[in-house]
Every structure is written in C-alpha cells, then in structure tokens.
Design a protein around this ligand. Structure first.
Ligand code: MN
Length: 748
C-alpha cells in the first residue's frame, strides 16, 4: 500500500506543488485503525471494522485522488479523524464506506446485507449529501443546506462523518484547481465551520476555519500567524510562569488542577481585528489558560482563589456553568491581572466540560458512556441537537430556500439571534437586537405602529433584548401612525433606524402640512374665495417653495402666513379682521343661517360680550366636545363634556349653554390640558417624559410630582397643545415609553 502511494507521488501532473508542500500523511494500516478504536472502546467489533476496511479498499480499487494517492486513503483518514472523537463502530464503518455507493459499484442493498441497515442508512445519508455537493453552486446551495440539515437531524452521525470528510478534503486541498479550492473553502467557512461550532465541536470548527482562512486570504493568514509566533516567543517564559503560579496557588488550597496555556487561532484573531479594528499586543490577546478541575464545586472554589490572589478585570466574568451556551458549552470565564502585570484570561471547567466543549455533540455520542442509540442520547443530553431539530422543523416548512439559506447561515454564527413570529416565521437579527428591530424586520408598518409586545407569552418592553428562540408577538395600534423618534437610538439594525427616521420625519411633516392645509382652507372659506391646489401650484414660484406640501408645512410650522398664500394666488386679496377664538352666539347666529357650512354653533340666549374662560382644572382643547357654564357676573366657563366638575351644575340646566370651537386656523394657538402620568422610577425617566412632550411640540406649563411607591412616581403635567389630535398624539407617544406605566388625561 505504502509503496503504491509513493510510486503515484511522482506520476501525476501537479507535481511541483507536491514538492513544496506535503500535507499527505502516511497511510494508515488496517491494524492501526483497529488499535485506535480499541484504545477507547475495548468492546469494539474488530471483525466488523476489518470487513469494512477490506470492503472499501476493494470497492475503490485502483481509483486515485487528485493527489495521486489511492482513493481509499481518503475514507480511511476520515475514519481516523472520527477515532479522535472516539465514536462508535457504526460511525467509523460508515466513514470507511461513505463514498462507496456514489463512486463504486456498491449498492445500499449490498451494504445493508453485509453491514446491517443502521450502517446502510448512514452511508445512504452521506451519499445523498455527496450528490447534493455535485449539483451545488449558488442556486442549489440553499436547497442543499436544507437537505443537509434534514439528513443530520435524522441521525447526527451523518454530520460527524460529513464534517470529518470535509476536514480531510480541506487538509488535502492543495491538489485541487484554485477555483474549486476557493469555492470549497468559502462553503466551509460559510456552512461547515459554523455548523461544527453550533454543534459544540470547537476543535473541528477551528481547524476548518484555519484551513479556509489560509486558502481565502493567504497573506492575512501569514501575517497573523507570524505575529502570533513572535508574541508567543516573547512571552514564552511568562506562559510557563503563569501556569506554575496558578497550579501552586490552587495546590496551597488543596485543589489539584491541570492548567493549560492555549494559543488563540489566527482566524478568530483576524475576525476580531477586522470587526473591531484592533491589533493584538497583550498576552491575553493571544493566549488563554484553561484550568481543569475535578468537580463543579472545585471550579467555584478555584474561582474564589484566583480572584483573591489577583485583581479582577471588571466586566469579563461569565458563568457558563450555571447558564450553559446553546451549544452546550460550559465553563467559567474570568480575566485577572496576573504575573508580569499581564491580563490573563482564564477558563475554569471540569474535565467532563472540557471534553464536551471540544467535541460537542460528538462527546455526547461517545461510545462507552451512553445508554441507547447516539441519537436517543443526544435527544436527552444535548441542547445543540435540540436546536438542530427545532431549526429543521420550522425551516423545512419555509417556502423560500434562499431566505432559508440566509437565515440559517446567519444563525450559524454566534453573533446572530434567531426569533419567531407567532406563525413560526423566522426572523434573524444581529445579537443585541430588541423587539423594535424585530417589528421592523417583520414589516415597516408593524414597526411604525408597534406599541407593545409579548415575548414567549409574557408582556415585555419593546426595548427588550431578544434571545435565540424567542417567540415575539408585536402589539400594534392604528392610533400610532409614526414611531417615537427616540426609538431611533434604541434600534440596533440599520433597517429599523432608517425606517424610524423616515417615518418620524414624514409624520412630523405630514402633521404640519395637514395643519397648514386646514389653516389655508379655513382662511379661503372665510374670505369666500375658492381654494384649488392647481391655482396654488401656479403660485409656487412666488412663494419660493417646491411643492404644495412644502407650502402647507411652512404654514403649519408658522414660517409662512396663510394670507401670504392667498395673496400669492390672488394678488388683490385683502386680509380681514379677526375675532375671538370662542365666539358668542349672537355674533355668529346670522352667519350660521346664511351659511349652513359654517362650523360655528351659537351659544343660545347669551350675549357675545360676556367674557369666556377655561375651567381651571385640566382645560379644554379644540376637538373636545365642550359646554359653557354661565356664572353671573363672571361670564362663561368652558368645560370639556367629560369634566367631573360639571356634576356640580346638574341641578341648574339653565346655566348650561352649547358652545362650539371656532378656531382661527390662520393664527394657531395653544390650549391648556392636564395629564396624569405614572412613571417608573429610574434615572432619567422624568427627562424622557419631558423629552417626548417637547419633541412633539407640546409646551409644559407645570409639573407636579409625588412619589407613590419606591417603584413609581405620579406626575401631574399641565401642558399646552394645539388640539385634541395633538394631545392624543403626545399621550400615545408617552404610553410607548418603557418608563411610563400609564398616562391619563385629567379633567377635574
Ligand atoms: Mn469523501
């Protein structure tokens, strides 16, 4: 066998490459493989392994790899990789046979007959995946990934063999044409490496990443590696010293620990450098230390000892023992200032955790520990596997394969969160995204009208950071046509930020334009001139505005007078004198009869010369239904119809008079209103409330505060607004604030 390989080595075309790089390993012998398995699994079925070895070797016969090696060296190496993960006989045999159905005369029936249906099913699963690869490329990639996930959720050992297969192919890529090398490396970095990580197989992920990185960006890989080497060399003594000091101080406290300094990977350093544009200089940038202990209790004791001996770097402590990561990773992380004034990163864990952290689902499938089939054990033991099943379940119904690919790719990376609508639609968001981002990801309209949410069935603030797997119901209100502008700073995604900016800008402008239009139309009606957009269009140059909307918004904002608009359209227009805002009956009675269109309604039986004022507690704003109460010698007091004070006059119907708003829209003015706001006690909450009111153009006259409980403050806010719509707008913006528990209008 060895001789054949050596002969082949000189023969094939890409000989120059082979002279410079020798990734090719010495081919393993039959008894080597059996020995490796027996080392971790004394009960191994040696006969089964031997038969599979011989069968695969015969089946592949004279086939050669691109390197010129006998093809059989490939399945043999794949099997060897899986012995490092200490996998069961069926997986090792499936690895030996994984290319037989596709590439040789073998059939599923034959394999079933010779090796049993369990192994037959594994080999068939791998054959399907291989066929997927052959038809691959862009258009099919999404569909392939879906099938890949489906295949591995049937039996996760298919993934383990597939990953080992890809790893060996990546290790021996130098013989492939450069274009396919790149494509395969990209796919590895996109799908297989993250998938390995997602399944908790860190060693596998790291090697796949490193091999891909080397192919995709050889210069960056070389630079980072050289720098790593130099820093490691410079710190060589320090690393030994830190290990020794850690072991010694733990031993003094009766804990025996294994401490292993571990170099970080070029790829992860490169990603950090690219994302955060930072360099690496400190030991902690390139080295981490693992402290391996015998029990969970010892982990926490060791943590205490470390924190007592060295100053802790704040913000770096994480306890993944009490809260494991979703890929089953468990460890305590902390960073201290250690010997030589160096930051030292520590990962404190038990041996069992260390094994799972390196091998992930493969550790759960570990042959001799478990009861039941590997898949059964995984269902019981592995969060990562549960995630896989869940993902496949939800996504296998996804209609659009491209979308599926995008989401799944995103989810494979750890800086993404993956949430669901109540109907099971997948929403992928960057890490730290909140419900506002979620709402905008669902639909811009949902974002714009979001007023509340439920996460996994519980009410939560819209600013809540989302976690993987959260099911989110966004509660919307038609009353909210635009989001509070403050959301822009809360949102994480660019999409949400842009939509919020657009919506608030548009809403503010719409409001002003709407107000302006009312003012202009009102003025025209009074002056008994016909208003028409076309006519105004012709006058735009005179007003130096680009559009009718611009004119109306300018009038609404008070930058332009309605009379200027009228004059621009009708040069001989003359302004009429204006009267009081709330009109007495007599003054308007005739107008009403003459012009039924007039909104003014007379106040019956009262002389228009009477003074008019607003009720003292809470006021009234245009849009409110109002009544006047006559007080002899004082005039008329205006109450909104909902005012509680009106009860006092129930016995005196003769004092009630009907009044109606008669606003001069050419001169917008403000009216008093009062709000009762219940505020959550937290720093800046009052400022947030005041901010919302100011942002939405309300004037605050007065704020009265009283603390009702440690958690809430009651605020009574007197403010001035243009009309009821304006007031209601402010109320709903306040209600949308997380710090606001309730808002009610008050009419005393
Ligand atoms: Mn293969």
């Amino acid at each position: 066998m060895q001789a054949a390989a050596d002969t082949a080595a000189v023969a094939p075309a890409p000989a120059p490459r082979r002279a410079t790089r020798t990734s090719r390993v010495k081919m393993m012998r039959q008894y080597d493989l059996v020995d490796r398995v027996r080392a971790y699994n004394p009960d191994t079925d040696e006969d089964l392994l031997n038969r599979a070895y011989v069968y695969a070797m015969m089946a592949h016969g004279e086939q050669k790899r691109a390197s010129g090696d006998p093809y059989f060296s490939h399945p043999l190496e794949v099997a060897a990789i899986l012995t490092d993960l200490k996998l069961d006989d069926a997986t090792i045999v499936a690895a030996l046979l994984h290319d037989t159905i596709e590439d040789t005369e073998s059939t599923r029936a034959e394999i079933d007959q010779l090796f049993g249906p369990e192994i037959g099913a594994l080999v068939e699963g791998l054959t399907k995946l291989k066929r997927l690869e052959l038809v691959s490329r862009e258009a099919k990639q999404a569909e392939n990934l879906r099938k890949l996930l489906l295949a591995i959720s049937d039996d996760v050992r298919v993934l383990l063999v597939k990953l080992a297969d890809r790893l060996h192919n990546m290790r021996t890529m130098e013989f492939m044409p450069p274009a396919s090398r790149r494509r395969i490396a990209e796919e590895t970095l996109d799908i297989y490496a993250p998938l390995a990580g997602r399944m908790g197989m860190q060693e596998m992920r790291e090697e796949l990443e490193d091999l891909s990185f080397r192919i995709l960006d050889p210069e960056a890989h070389a630079v980072v590696t050289q720098r790593l080497d130099a820093l490691a060399e410079r710190n060589r003594n320090l690393i030994g010293e830190i290990e020794a000091q850690l072991v010694a101080s733990l031993k003094k406290n009766g804990i025996s620990a294994i401490v292993k300094g571990r170099r970080k990977q070029p790829f992860s350093i490169w990603v950090k450098m690219e994302r955060k544009s930072v360099g690496f200089e400190q030991l902690s940038d390139i080295f981490g230390f693992r402290v391996i202990l015998n029990s969970v209790a010892e982990c926490y004791r060791a943590l205490g000892i470390v924190h007592t001996n060295w100053p802790v770097v704040p913000g770096r402590f994480k306890d993944y023992i009490s809260t494991p990561k979703q890929n089953d990773y468990r460890s305590i992380h902390t960073t201290v200032i250690g010997p030589g004034n160096q930051r030292v990163e520590l990962q404190i864990r038990t041996e069992e955790m260390d094994r799972v952290n390196e091998y992930g689902i493969a550790a759960h499938a570990f042959y001799k520990d478990g009861v039941g089939s590997p898949t059964e054990r995984l269902k019981r033991e592995s969060n990562a596997f549960a995630w896989l099943r869940h993902t496949v379940e939800v996504l296998s119904e996804s209609a659009n394969p491209e979308e599926f690919l995008e989401h799944t790719k995103m989810e494979l990376f750890h800086d993404q969160v993956f949430c669901f609508t109540p109907k099971g639609k997948l929403i992928a968001l960057p890490r730290y995204a909140n419900v506002i981002d979620f709402a905008y990801a669902v639909h811009t309209d949902v974002g714009n009208s979001a007023v509340g949410c439920k996460i996994n069935g519980k009410f939560a603030p819209l600013s809540t950071e989302l976690q993987n797997g959260d099911e989110v119901v966004v509660l919307t209100s038609k009353a909210q046509s635009a989001p509070p502008s403050a959301w822009e700073s809360l949102a994480v995604t660019g999409k949400a930020k842009a939509a919020i900016r657009r919506a608030t800008r548009a809403a503010v402008r719409d409001q002003y334009a709407g107000l302006g239009r009312r003012i202009v139309e009102r003025l025209f009606m009074r002056a008994k001139i016909a208003y028409a957009d076309d006519k105004l269009k012709g006058a735009l140059p005179r007003l130096a505005r680009a559009s009718i909307e611009d004119v109306m918004a300018a009038v609404g904002r008070g930058e332009m007078k309605a009379s200027d608009v009228a004059r621009a359209m009708y040069p001989d227009y003359k302004e009429e004198a204006r009267q009081n805002v709330i009109k007495g009956a007599a003054a308007k009675a005739k107008t009403v009869e003459a012009s039924p269109k007039s909104p003014a309604i007379p106040i019956r039986g009262i002389n228009s010369d009477l003074p008019v004022k607003f009720a003292p507690n809470g006021g009234a704003v245009p849009g409110d239904r109002i009544v006047g109460i006559v007080t002899k010698g004082e005039g008329i007091t205006i109450y909104p119809i909902q005012s509680l004070a009106l009860k006092d006059f129930e016995e005196e119907p003769e004092r009630w008079i009907d009044v109606r708003w008669d606003i001069d829209e050419a001169a917008p003015r403000r009216f008093p209103a009062r709000l009762a706001v219940q505020n959550v006690n937290e720093p800046g909450s009052l400022a947030q409330v005041a901010g919302v009111i100011a942002e939405h153009d309300g004037n605050i006259d007065n704020i009265h505060m009283s603390r009702r409980s440690p958690d809430f403050t009651d605020l009574t806010i007197d403010l001035e607004v243009y009309d009821l719509k304006h007031l209601n707008g402010i109320i709903s913006q306040l209600r949308a604030k997380a710090v606001v528990a309730s808002v009610e209008r008050v009419n005393g």
